[in-house]
Design a protein around this ligand. Structure first.
Ligand SMILES: [Zn+2]
Length: 82
C-alpha cells in the first residue's frame, strides 16, 4: 500500500503547472488539493496562476520564472514562522 505523503509547498509549486493543465496524475492531484485546503500561500499561488492562464490563454515560461518561484517559497517560509 502506498501511503500518500503530505505535499510540501515546493512540490506544489513544481506540480502547479501540470495541475492546471490537467496532466497531473489523480494521485498527485489529490495530494495537491489537500495541501491547498490547508495552505493559504499555495491557494494564493494557484489563484495567481489561474489568473495568468485566464489572461494569456496559457501558462508560458515567462509567467512562472524561477525567480518568481523562489520569491514565493521565501514568502511561504516566513508565513510558517521558520
Ligand atoms: Zn503550501
Amino acid at each position: 500500500m502506498l501511503i500518500s505523503e503530505d505535499l510540501t509547498c515546493q512540490e506544489l509549486v513544481e506540480l502547479a503547472t501540470e495541475y492546471l493543465e490537467g496532466t497531473l496524475s489523480p494521485q498527485d492531484r489529490d495530494r495537491l488539493e489537500q495541501h491547498v485546503i490547508l495552505c493559504d500561500g499555495c491557494a494564493y499561488h494557484l489563484d495567481q496562476m489561474r489568473t495568468t492562464i485566464a489572461l494569456t490563454g496559457s501558462l508560458t515560461e515567462e509567467a512562472i520564472t524561477p525567480e518568481a518561484q523562489e520569491r514565493l517559497l521565501h514568502v511561504f517560509q516566513e508565513w510558517k514562522g521558520a
